[in-house]
Design a protein around this ligand. Structure first.
Ligand SMILES: [Zn+2]
Length: 244
């Protein structure tokens, strides 16, 4: 096919080539192909501390102290091509082991990436935090089907249907703390980004209790992203902690 395309105008040709190399969740650029798209994504194949994982009942019981300090934030939203993302640019942060990590962004996966006792949830939400040295803490919340989620309503109403730069939605604030479950039991383990380059730099905190989202809300997200989740990875030698 390369010969047939010689002589075509540059624009469609170069755009098609670039798109082929952008990771995603399709047949040709999905998780099984990530490591072949560019050598920079090799860890997606060779890593031994990868995410997501299945969270099992035999996790080690241990106190996990996470202090969450979230502020209401103006709604700044974008479609990255792979998910819907909220950009957070305020004083929201969490403390873990007496270290502060500032909240950078929030995004969504459909279906969930982590599984709980072998079962996936309809969706999963990731709150991505970083310290000055770019150590990451990702706080994860499962979404289950139930009543409409009022807090998600302005996000769902404004989520772009195609890839776009970030847009600030005027006069709309999101209170991110309202997107966390009431129960604060959680799991903790060391893993990776669940997207390329799959860097093994993430401390994961996953709440055991899910928050609710309506079937209409689920369908709206699924129509934009039929699948944008990586499947579970081997635990290997890692331990998983679970708080009571
Ligand atoms: Zn994620």
């Amino acid at each position: 096919m390369a010969i047939a395309s010689v002589g075509l105008t540059y624009w469609p040709q170069s755009k098609a080539l670039a798109d082929d190399r952008i990771w995603g969740y399709g047949d040709n650029n999905g998780p099984k192909q990530w490591s072949q798209l560019t050598p920079q994504y090799a860890l997606c194949q060779t890593g031994t501390r990868q995410s997501p994982i299945d969270l099992q009942a035999e996790a080690t019981i241990e106190p996990i102290t996470v202090e969450i300090h979230y502020q209401p934030t103006p709604l700044t939203i974008l479609h990255t091509g792979q998910t819907i993302q909220l950009v957070v640019d305020n004083a929201s942060y969490l403390s873990l082991d007496n270290r502060d990590y500032s909240l950078q962004q929030v995004h969504f996966h459909h279906p969930s990436e982590h599984t709980l006792f072998g079962k996936p949830f309809p969706m999963e939400m990731h709150f991505v935090h970083a310290d000055a040295a770019n150590h990451l803490v990702v706080l994860s919340v499962f979404l289950k089907e139930g009543p409409e989620n009022i807090e998600l309503r302005p996000i769902w109403r404004t989520m772009p249907s195609q890839k776009t730069p970030a847009q600030v939605i005027s006069n709309v604030q999101v209170d991110l703390e309202h997107l966390l479950p009431q129960g604060r039991r959680c799991f903790r383990y060391d893993g990776s980004l669940t997207t390329p380059p799959c860097s093994e730099i993430v401390q994961w905190i996953i709440f055991q209790d899910a928050i609710a989202i309506s079937s209409t809300q689920l369908k709206a997200f699924a129509s934009l992203f039929p699948t944008n989740a990586r499947s579970v990875q081997p635990l290997n030698q890692r331990s998983v902690l679970q708080s009571l």
